[in-house]
Design a protein. Structure first.
Length: 124
């Protein structure tokens, strides 16, 4: 249940980032295709964020400390780009064009996800 809420929060963040930024695209023939693609990409993003991001954060800990946490923006952008690459390999219509777009997209996704977690029940 908790994973489902995280996927929904990530999907909301991805939808807002897609809507705000021209460099993040979500394609599909119909609205339901785009919704399904968005949910699958959010699930991929959740898996990447759960398994890959902690390893990268531990390995980059000196840079995170040196930059007072600003390097986490780079890590989150790289996780979004990795999600875009995986989605492309699977054949999903989701793409992120460029690193700067990924940084801004990661900020948007984080903020919207945080707001969604405040609104959605946490299952406890």
């Amino acid at each position: 249940m908790n994973f489902l809420l995280k996927v929904i929060a990530s999907a909301l963040g991805l939808a807002v980032a897609t809507w705000l930024l021209n460099g993040i695209t979500l394609t599909g023939d119909t609205d339901s295709d785009r919704l399904i693609t968005l949910l699958v990409v959010a699930a991929i993003f959740g898996v990447v964020d759960s398994f890959v991001a902690p390893v990268v954060k531990v390995l980059s800990l000196p840079f995170i400390i040196l930059t007072l946490g600003l390097f986490l923006l780079v890590v989150n952008a790289l996780m979004l780009m990795l999600t875009s690459w995986i989605a492309g390999q699977v054949g999903l219509g989701f793409a992120v064009d460029g690193f700067l777009t990924a940084v801004i997209g990661a900020i948007v996704i984080t903020l919207v996800g945080w707001l969604a977690h405040l609104v959605l029940p946490d299952g406890k």
